[in-house]
Design a protein around this ligand. Sequence first.
Ligand SMILES: C[C@](O)(CO)[C@H](O)COP(=O)(O)OP(=O)(O)OC[C@H]1O[C@@H](n2ccc(N)nc2=O)[C@H](O)[C@@H]1O
Ligand SMILES: Nc1ncnc2c1ncn2[C@@H]1O[C@H](COP(=O)(O)OP(=O)(O)OP(=O)(O)O)[C@@H](O)[C@H]1O
Length: 285
Amino acid sequence: MFISVKAPAKINLTLDALYKRPDGYHELEMVMTTVDLYDRIDLTAREDSAITLESSSGFVPQDERNLAYRAAVLLREKTGIKRGVHIYIDKHIPVAAGLAGGSSDAAATLRGLNQLWKLGLSLEELTVIGTEIGSDVPFCIYSKTAFARGKGEILTPLPSPPACWVVLAKPDHGVSTADVFRHLQVNQIEKHPQTEKMINALEGQDYESIVQYMGNVLEPVTMEMYDTVRKLKEKMQLFGADGVLMSGSGPTVFGLVKQEYRVKRIVNSLKGFCRQVFAVRMLGK
Ligand SMILES: C[C@](O)(CO)[C@H](O)COP(=O)(O)OP(=O)(O)OC[C@H]1O[C@@H](n2ccc(N)nc2=O)[C@H](O)[C@@H]1O
Ligand SMILES: Nc1ncnc2c1ncn2[C@@H]1O[C@H](COP(=O)(O)OP(=O)(O)OP(=O)(O)O)[C@@H](O)[C@H]1O
């Protein structure tokens, strides 16, 4: 038996941190959506009970540290299933980029194994398991557009943004999410995003307002650590994207672009500054 599952990248249209919780995590409010940039997860049933993993990318661990591997182990623990599986990850989402690549691989593995092993678990049940792997995994299980609260695991579905292009540019270095949160001073945040206004904009399918209310409190923190992020944002604005923001904890910067004829120019101009530049469609349906 074989199943192939798509694992799309996410972007944050907003990311706000309200306070630091007693468990060390930050209480967040985020509006997130998915874009047409995928990893592909191939799941092949094994005769024995081993879990094995390979990836097309040398940048991700190919053993029990991989989040997709951890998802398979955890799912077996929770359900008492003893079956083996070979996981192959065809990696396209840049690693440690703020695009939830690892979380999306873990979420796709949970969804795929639920089918392969005929477990019959609901999305809610998979979400509870996913929370133990990482804060972005629950969102990636639904993989649409949502308002996320708590660590990111309390989800309310939202209408997907109107059709547009998303240009993504990732500097050559990665970023540690834990490091960025460690540097965040929640009491000194100068500008909180207007999350409610973003939600209204999505409900009204109002592209201009979506662009206007994009905001991420981690952006200045990561920019302070890596000047490349600030420079990329400035370039993308200069080259004509409608709205530009860092996704998650970064360092990927994305730009929303309504008019197709502008996309090529922005991509070509950015390629002079960083190697990983993508132009994809907004997904989120
Ligand atoms: C920045 C985001 O991408 C926004 O969607 C996510 O919050 C990060 O999700 P993730 O990569 O799944 O991160 P996790 O593995 O859960 O957390 C990594 C580290 O980031 C910090 N962290 C994460 C989430 C959160 N709400 N508060 C935090 O302070 C914690 O130090 C944690 O140890
Ligand atoms: N399947 C996987 N894909 C990518 N990274 C993985 C995977 N499994 C484990 N990792 C590890 O997780 C770390 C974070 O990678 P990932 O690409 O998920 O970051 P990210 O996009 O910043 O995530 P987020 O946006 O959720 O913070 C990397 O250091 C990587 O080695």
